[in-house]
Design a protein around this ligand. Structure first.
Ligand SMILES: Nc1nc2c(ncn2[C@@H]2O[C@H](COP(=O)(O)OP(=O)(O)OP(=O)(O)O)[C@@H](O)[C@H]2O)c(=O)[nH]1
Ligand SMILES: [Mg+2]
Length: 438
């Protein structure tokens, strides 16, 4: 889907190969070509503008990290900007209740029924939950059978078909069936229409009023290009959607709609259909899509590593910090952020005397969570408080705790830790040499 765009962008990057830095002229030239490539791929104009402006802002004058050339740096910048534009809300799909009710909506032929079955497959296999497929398409002959056949092929549950039932009769039978079969997730497949019309909207409204829906997912066909965003926007103005599922990602469309949909609608893309088979539904991952477009995944991680190393190797800043008489919370913030960036705390701790034994007990995720909360506490302090920690009285601590979403005990602990660190640094400065071990 992104083949053409991908090869065009690769061409653009080649221009930077022999450069020593990212000059404004070269960046502008490259961006002109990238703009054309994006427009040709059918990316919507607002998104193209946003992408180009962000890349430009990040690229011009960007320092090139050691061991990385400008072309590689540019790839990383474009990658990050693409990820930003693709990340609207939470793309991750999760279940919020049991039973969790999902309604699938969309225009005729967009892929609702196929995707309902694919979603059931995803939930059964990946989330290990029991699903029930329910067809509310009482209009198209054999529409209910279509869903039943898909369910039967995987031995998934589907609500028995009663030919004369209307939508409400069907909905009425669901709760009992859910109870007796201990269903975790109900997927309601609805009828498609050629256009968003009054009847359809009325029907969706009535379904929502009779069933407590946890997800309303709009199934949208990527082959309709820019129109898919228009359709999605129209749906959004009438129905409270929780996410989008894009289908026919395997088609030879130009891929622009996949890039623009989230940004234009402000609604997160949850899945991408990439074929007719039941297992051809991918979780929508902005990072994966960006890597697919750039086709340079290894370079992106290479630059990431080099940047991390540059941060860690940025001992100048650390040294400057250490030579200060009194550290303040800005310094502490910098230290915590640096640690957070370095990751792999369990490995880092092994360099500190005495910590080697407990290395195995430390979980990186726990440390990272605590660091993030500590950083949030410092961010909730005013600038004055950060440079003058003596100001931090009880009232202020309470306010900070509230702002950071933690309890006061956590704030007190952090301040104690900060004071302890300050004292230790003073001692270290007296006994120079201790830190040479690091
Ligand atoms: N190649 C490809 N085909 C798909 C994909 N998703 C759905 N289809 C096909 O699109 C066609 C229509 O899909 P349906 O699931 O019946 O669409 P629908 O929205 O339920 O249609 P109506 O109920 O008539 O509104 C079927 O032939 C599917 O196999 C996809 O991701 N890739
Ligand atoms: Mg259908």
């Amino acid at each position: 889907m992104f083949d053409k765009l991908s090869s065009k962008i690769t061409e653009v990057f080649k221009k930077f190969r022999n450069q020593t830095h990212l000059s404004e002229r070269h960046v502008d030239e490259a961006l002109k070509e990238m703009r054309l490539a994006l427009l040709e791929a059918d990316v919507s104009l607002v998104v193209v503008k946003q992408l180009i402006e962000s890349i430009r802002a990040k690229a011009v004058g960007q320092e090139i990290v050691k061991n990385i050339n400008p072309a590689q740096m540019m790839i990383k910048i474009v990658h990050d900007v693409l990820v930003d534009v693709l990340s609207v809300g939470t793309c991750e799909f999760s279940l919020k209740a049991s039973p969790h009710y999902i309604m699938m909506v969309g225009l005729q032929g967009s892929g609702k029924t196929t995707t309902s079955a694919k979603l059931a497959y995803y939930i059964e296999k990946k989330l290990k939950k029991k699903t029930l497929l329910v067809s509310l398409d009482v209009y198209r002959p054999a529409a209910q059978e279509q869903l039943k056949i898909l369910a039967d092929s995987q031995e998934f549950l589907s609500l028995p078909i009663h030919q004369k039932d209307g939508i409400f009769d069907i909905l009425k039978r669901v709760p009992d069936f859910v109870k007796t079969h201990m269903v975790d997730v109900v997927i309601l497949d609805t009828a498609g229409r050629l256009h968003i019309d009054v009847d359809m909207l009325q029907e969706l409204k009535t379904i929502s009023s009779r069933t407590q829906l946890h997800d309303v997912l709009l199934v949208s066909d990527l082959m309709t290009g820019q129109d898919s965003a228009k359709i999605a926007k129209e749906f959004l103005s009438h129905v409270s959607l929780t996410g989008l599922i894009l289908t026919r990602g395997d088609g030879d469309g130009r891929g622009g709609a996949a890039l623009s949909m989230g940004y234009v609608t402000g609604c997160p893309i949850k899945f991408l259909g990439v074929g007719e088979k039941i297992d051809q539904l991918e979780e929508f991952s902005p990072k994966r899509i960006a890597s697919r477009i750039l086709d340079q995944g290894d370079i992106v991680s290479l630059v990431e590593k080099a940047q991390e190393m540059a941060d860690i190797g940025n001992t100048n800043e650390l040294m400057k910090m250490m030579s200060k008489k009194n550290l303040n919370f800005n310094d502490f913030h910098k230290q915590l952020s640096m640690m957070l960036k370095m990751g792999k705390f369990s490995n880092l701790l092994s360099f500190i005397p005495g910590f080697n034994q407990i290395k195995g007990q430390i979980k990186d995720e726990d440390v990272s969570k605590t660091l993030k909360r500590q950083i949030a506490v410092i961010t909730s302090m005013t600038l004055k408080e950060r440079v003058n920690p003596l100001l931090l009285n009880g009232m202020r601590r309470k306010r900070i705790a509230k702002g950071a979403g933690v309890d006061i005990v956590f704030v007190n602990k952090l301040i104690k830790q900060f004071e302890g660190m300050n004292q230790m640094m003073k001692k270290v400065k007296q006994k120079k040499g201790l830190f040479s071990k690091f």
